[in-house]
Design a protein around this ligand. Structure first.
Ligand code: ZN
Length: 881
C-alpha cells in the first residue's frame, strides 16, 4: 500500500518538474497559496514533520512567533515552507542564518530554503515571524465581549489559513506532531490540541506549554486564549481506558446560561458510541471543547479541541425540536470527525467530501441508534436531501470529488455537494452493500490508514472488499460524475391490476452529466389504503427499469420509488399517484414517507409541473392537522416560498390572509407541542404584512407574550426587524427601546441585523459600505445581516446591489471564510425574483468570461432558484391555475 502510493507520488513529481523545465514562466510551485504541484512534490520526499510553535498573543493586533520545523528528507532537497503572515524577522536553517532581506527567501507566500542549507536526513529550520490578530480576515480571530469588554481569541485555520498563522507545510498529508506554547496575559486560560503541561510566568504574561500532539494535519491545529471559564467532568469514553476529563470552555459572561452538563454528556455519548462502532477508541487522548463567540461555522473538529458556535449552543429562549436536534447533530458531526478527518484524513482537499459526508452520515446513524423515537432518518432527509438536490440539479453543480489545483481555492469546494449530497451518497452505498459489510469496510479503512491519509478510492476498496463487490463503476458514477438523476414513474393498469411499472432515469442537467444512468438500489413502495404496503427492492442499472415484481399486483393508491430515502434522486410520481398524494398525504402515518411525499409535490412545483397554488392549497389544508413539528416547519417554509416567490402577486395577495390565519391559529393551539407552536409563531412574525398584523406583533412587544407563548430575545428582535423592514410607524422607537432592553453581545448583533432591514437607499448604501470598510466588524455579524438586507420584499430597492455583490466575489473568495461566499450569493440573488434581475445576472456572467470556474459555478447554483422562479411565475400566471 505504502509503496504504491510513494511510486504514484514520484511519478507526479517527475511530470511536474518536466512541466517547469519546459517553460520560462515563474516557478509554479512558488505561486500564492499552496499549489497542488508543490504539495505533491513535498509529500514525496518529506517525512516525520514536527512543529515546535511558540506564539505571544499579548498584543492586540499581531502575534509574535517562533517555529522550529523539524523533518527528515532523503536528499539535501530545497525546502519550501508556506507563509503569508505579516513579517519574517529571522530564518535559521540547520544552524545557519539566512538573510531575511533577500527577496528570494520570502515572496510573501513561501519561504524558500536553498538546497545548500538543507540536509539529507534530519533538518531543523527556525523562523521568527509575526501574524495578524483581527475581528475578520486573520487566522487568530479576536472578539470583544459587549457585556464586560473582555477580549477573546481563537484560531480557525481551515482550509488554508495555517500558513497565515505560521510557516509550515500547509497540506493535509504532511501530518505533524505539534508542540505549542502560547504566551498570554496573566489571567487568561489557554486551550490547545494537546494536553497542558505547565505554565511559566514570563515578562509579557504567562507562557502555557502543551504536550506534543499525535500526527495531525495543519488545518486542524487550534488554540484559544482569553479569560475563558471552564467546566470539567470525568467521563468514561471507552470500556478499556481510564476516565477522561471532558472539559467545556466558554466566555465568563455566558457561563450561567450554558447547559454545561447536557453538552458534556452529549459529547461523551458520541465519543463512546463512535469508538465502539468504529472499533477504534477515541484516538487523541484528551478532549476539550470551546463555545466560540461569533464563530463563523456551526463547529470545527480540531482534535482534542473542538470549537462550537456559541450562539447556536446557548438558547436564550426555549428551543424547538429542530434547534435541539440541530445542536445534537452538530456535536455528533464534529465528534465523528475525530475519526473521519482527524485520525484518517483526506490526502488533499479534493476529497473534502470524504470527511464531511461521513461526519454527517455517522451523526444520523448515531442519532438513529441512540434515540430511535426521534426518527433520525426523517431529520436526515429533511436537512440534507432538498438542499443537496437544490444544488445538484443546477448548472453550477460539481462532482462529489472536486479537483483542486491550489489550496487557496479550497473554500470553493465547500457547499451542499460535500455537506448534503455526500452523506446521501454514503446512505446509498450503505444500502447497496448492507450494514455489516459497510461497517466492516469502514473499520478496515480506519485501521489501514490510522493517523495517516487516504482517498475515496481507498474507502471504496475497503468497503468493496468487505462486501465482496467491485465498486469501481459505482464510484465513477457517484463520486467523479457531476449532477444527479430525476426518476419518473410510469404505471399502467388494467382491471385493477398493474400491467407495467416502469422507472425512467434522466439527468437533471444532461449537458453536464451526460446520458448514462446512475446505478442505484431503491425500495419501491406500492401503497394501499385497504391492505399492507408492498415494498420491492429494485437495482436500477439502466435509464429505464421495469419493476417486473409489480406486474399483476393490485393497482395501489400510489407508488413511490424511493421508500426509506435510500436512493439519491428527485422522484417525480406518476399522475395518478400525484392526485392521490395531493388529496390524502395527511393520512399517511409514516413520518419519513409523509415528509418525502410533500417533498415530491414540492419538487413537481420546482420542475414547473404542479402549480404553486395547488401546492399551497394542499399545504394550507393540511398544516393545521400536521402533528410532526419538523414536517410542519418545512411545510410552513414552503408555503411562504410559494406565496413570496412562485405565485402571481394577485394569487399571493389572496392567500396571504389565509396563511396568516392558519399560522396564528397554530401558534395558539394548545394541543400542539411547544416547538410546533413556536415555529408557527416565528413564521407568522416573518409573514406579517398588513398594517393590522404588523400592529398585532408590535403590541406583543409590550405584552411580553405572543399567542400565549412567552416572548423573549431573539424572537423580540425578529419582531423589531419585521417592523423595521416594513417601516411600521414607531419602528425606530421600538428599535431604540429593544437596544436598551437587550444590551448583551447577542442583542447588539441582532440590532445590527435589524438595522440592515431599513428600507431606504441611504441606509442600504451605508450598510453595504460598512460591510467592507469597518475593520472592527466581525464576519459573523455581516453574515447574519445579509438576509435582512436583501429582504425579498425589498427586491426593487436592493436590485442595485446585485451587480456590485457579484463584482466583489474574487475579493470575498480571498478574504472571507468558507461559508461566507455562499451566504453572500444566496442572499443577494435570493433577494431577487424578477426576469430583469435574472437578465442582469446573465449579462454579468457573459461580461466576465475570465471569472474562475469555481466562482461561476457558485453564481450558477444561486441563479438556479431565480431562474425557476421566473419560469414558474411565467407559466402559472399565464394559465389560470
Ligand atoms: Zn464537518
Amino acid at each position: 500500500m505504502r509503496r504504491a502510493l510513494a511510486a504514484a507520488s514520484l511519478l507526479l513529481t517527475t511530470v511536474a518538474r518536466q512541466g517547469t523545465a519546459q517553460s520560462a514562466a515563474p516557478d509554479a510551485r512558488l505561486a500564492p497559496g499552496v499549489p497542488h504541484v508543490l504539495a505533491t512534490e513535498r509529500a514525496s520526499h518529506i517525512r516525520d514533520v514536527r512543529y515546535a510553535l511558540s506564539l505571544d498573543v499579548t498584543r492586540p493586533d499581531s502575534a509574535l512567533g517562533t517555529v522550529v520545523v523539524r523533518f527528515t528528507q532523503r536528499a539535501a532537497h530545497e525546502v519550501i515552507l508556506d507563509f503569508r503572515g505579516l513579517a519574517v524577522t529571522q530564518v535559521v536553517a540547520n544552524g545557519r542564518s539566512l538573510s531575511v532581506s533577500e527577496p528570494a527567501l520570502w515572496n510573501r507566500a513561501h519561504l524558500r530554503i536553498p538546497a545548500s542549507h538543507a540536509r539529507a536526513g534530519e533538518n531543523a529550520i527556525t523562523v521568527t515571524f509575526a501574524s495578524p490578530i483581527a475581528a475578520a480576515g486573520a487566522s487568530i480571530i479576536r472578539s470583544r465581549d459587549a457585556a464586560d469588554g473582555e477580549d477573546y481569541l481563537y484560531t480557525l485555520l481551515v482550509p488554508s489559513d495555517a500558513n497565515l498563522l505560521f510557516p509550515c507545510f500547509d497540506q493535509p498529508d504532511l501530518k505533524a506532531r505539534v508542540t505549542l506554547s502560547i504566551t498570554a496575559p496573566a489571567r487568561w486560560a489557554v486551550l490547545a490540541n494537546g494536553a497542558a503541561t505547565r505554565a511559566d510566568t514570563a515578562v509579557s504574561g504567562v507562557t502555557h506549554h502543551f504536550k506534543p500532539t499525535q500526527p495531525i494535519s495543519t488545518y486542524l491545529i487550534a488554540f484559544a486564549a482569553g479569560p475563558y471559564m471552564s467546566v470539567s467532568r470525568s467521563q468514561v469514553i471507552s470500556a478499556n481506558t481510564a476516565p477522561v476529563d471532558v472539559r467545556m470552555l466558554l466566555r465568563r459572561s455566558r457561563l450561567q446560561e450554558a447547559e454545561s452538563d447536557t453538552l458534556i454528556a452529549m459529547n461523551t455519548q458520541a465519543l463512546r458510541w463512535l469508538g465502539d462502532w468504529f472499533g477504534v477508541p477515541y484516538p487523541f487522548g484528551k478532549y476539550d471543547f470551546l463555545l466560540a463567540p461569533v464563530f463563523p461555522f456551526g463547529g470545527m473538529e480540531h482534535p482534542g479541541a473542538v470549537f462550537y458556535n456559541e450562539q447556536s449552543f446557548i438558547y436564550r429562549e426555549r428551543p424547538t425540536i429542530s434547534q435541539t436536534l440541530g445542536r445534537q447533530a452538530t456535536i455528533y458531526h464534529e465528534v465523528a470527525h475525530q475519526w473521519f478527518g482527524d485520525y484518517v484524513t483526506m490526502r488533499w482537499f479534493d476529497d473534502l467530501w470524504l470527511k464531511e459526508g461521513f461526519a454527517t452520515y455517522m451523526a444520523a446513524k448515531m442519532q438513529a441508534d441512540i434515540s430511535p423515537s426521534a426518527n433520525a432518518w426523517k431529520t436526515f432527509y429533511l436537512n440534507n436531501k432538498p438542499v443537496a438536490y437544490g444544488t445538484d440539479a443546477t448548472a453550477g453543480t460539481t462532482p462529489v470529488w472536486q479537483s483542486l489545483g491550489n489550496l487557496e481555492q479550497a473554500k470553493s469546494n465547500y457547499g451542499a455537494i460535500v455537506y448534503n449530497k455526500a452523506p446521501g451518497v454514503l446512505r446509498q452505498l450503505n444500502y447497496l452493500v448492507g450494514d455489516a459489510a459497510f461497517q466492516q469496510g469502514v473499520r478496515r479503512f480506519l485501521t489501514r490508514h490510522a493517523y495517516g491519509n487516504a482517498t475515496w478510492r481507498d474507502l471504496l476498496r475497503a468497503v468493496g472488499g468487505a462486501a465482496d463487490r467491485d465498486l469501481t463503476a459505482w464510484g465513477t458514477q457517484w463520486i467523479l460524475r457531476p449532477g444527479m438523476p430525476i426518476v419518473e414513474q410510469a404505471v399502467t393498469s388494467a382491471n385493477g391490476r398493474i400491467t407495467q411499472l416502469a422507472l425512467t432515469q434522466r439527468p437533471a442537467q444532461p449537458l453536464i452529466s451526460g446520458p448514462a444512468a446512475w446505478p442505484m438500489r431503491v425500495s419501491v413502495l406500492l401503497y394501499y389504503t385497504d391492505a399492507r404496503a408492498v415494498r420491492i427492492p429494485v437495482e436500477m442499472t439502466a435509464n429505464r427499469t421495469i419493476v417486473t415484481a409489480a406486474r399483476g399486483l393490485k393497482t395501489p393508491a400510489f407508488v413511490f420509488a424511493n421508500d426509506g430515502d435510500h436512493g439519491y434522486a428527485i422522484v417525480l410520481p406518476d399522475d395518478a399517484s400525484v392526485q392521490w398524494i395531493e388529496r390524502n398525504v395527511g393520512t399517511v402515518r409514516d413520518d419519513l414517507l409523509r415528509a418525502m411525499l410533500w417533498g415530491a409535490l414540492w419538487d413537481l412545483v420546482r420542475e414547473a409541473q404542479l402549480s404553486p397554488s395547488r401546492f399551497a392549497a394542499a399545504a394550507l389544508r393540511e398544516l393545521p392537522n400536521e402533528r410532526d413539528e419538523q414536517i410542519a416547519a418545512t411545510l410552513t417554509g414552503r408555503i411562504a416560498l410559494a406565496l413570496g416567490r412562485y405565485l402571481s402577486d394577485a394569487a399571493s395577495d389572496s392567500l396571504l390572509p389565509v396563511f396568516e390565519r392558519v399560522l396564528l391559529a397554530g401558534a395558539r393551539d394548545t394541543t400542539l407541542g411547544y416547538g410546533q407552536r413556536k415555529s408557527q409563531l416565528d413564521a407568522f412574525i416573518r409573514a406579517a404584512t398588513s398594517p393590522a398584523e404588523l400592529a398585532r406583533i408590535d403590541l406583543w412587544l409590550d405584552a411580553d407574550s405572543a399567542a400565549g407563548l412567552p416572548l423573549r430575545a431573539p424572537t423580540r428582535w425578529a419582531i423589531v426587524t419585521r417592523l423595521t423592514a416594513n417601516a411600521h410607524p414607531g419602528a425606530q422607537e421600538r428599535f431604540r427601546k429593544e437596544s436598551v432592553r437587550d444590551s448583551t453581545g447577542e442583542g447588539k448583533r441582532l440590532a445590527f441585523v435589524a438595522g440592515a432591514a431599513v428600507p431606504g437607499v441611504a441606509a442600504k448604501q451605508a450598510y453595504y459600505a460598512r460591510w467592507f470598510g469597518d475593520s472592527t466588524l466581525n464576519e459573523e455579524w455581516v453574515t447574519s445581516s445579509l438576509r435582512a438586507f436583501h429582504d425579498p420584499e425589498q427586491a426593487a430597492l436592493t436590485q442595485q446591489f446585485v451587480v456590485p455583490s457579484l463584482d466583489t466575489l474574487p475579493w470575498i473568495q480571498k478574504n472571507r471564510r468558507i461559508f461566507f461566499l455562499g451566504a453572500w450569493l444566496s442572499a443577494a440573488i435570493g433577494g431577487q425574483n424578477s426576469a430583469e434581475s435574472l437578465q442582469q445576472i446573465d449579462a454579468w456572467l457573459s461580461a466576465h468570461p475570465a471569472l474562475g470556474l469555481d466562482l461561476r459555478r457558485k453564481v450558477l447554483q444561486s441563479r438556479d432558484e431565480l431562474e425557476r422562479t421566473v419560469r414558474i411565475r411565467a407559466q402559472y400566471t399565464r394559465t389560470s391555475n
